[in-house]
Design a protein. Structure first.
Length: 94
């Protein structure tokens, strides 16, 4: 029974990240939401850092700037939320 519960917990954690969402208190943050919605739900991030990402822009590979916002979660690993052009594009565990 304990293995089953552990498996369910691991599955829920994985699905949350794969689904592109995470909880900030009672609010759910999802990929595609605006950075304003992210700020309203989660407040200011612990830190921010910039990176570059290569994307396919109509057949051309282009480097674009991405702002990565780090949110600390009590007792859990930090979440890194990547924002480009004012929208959440990726959510991952640190």
């Amino acid at each position: 029974m304990n293995r089953f519960l552990l498996g369910v917990v691991i599955l829920l954690i994985c699905c949350d990240v794969v689904a592109g969402s995470f909880r900030c208190g009672r609010a759910l943050v999802k990929v595609g939401e605006s950075s304003n919605a992210l700020m309203k739900k989660c407040g200011h991030p612990l830190t921010k850092f910039s990176s570059r990402e290569t994307i396919n822009d109509h057949g051309r590979m282009v480097q674009v700037g991405v702002s990565n916002w780090v949110y600390e979660r009590n007792g859990k690993k930090d979440m890194i939320v990547s924002v480009r052009s004012g929208a959440v594009i990726k959510i991952e565990v640190d």
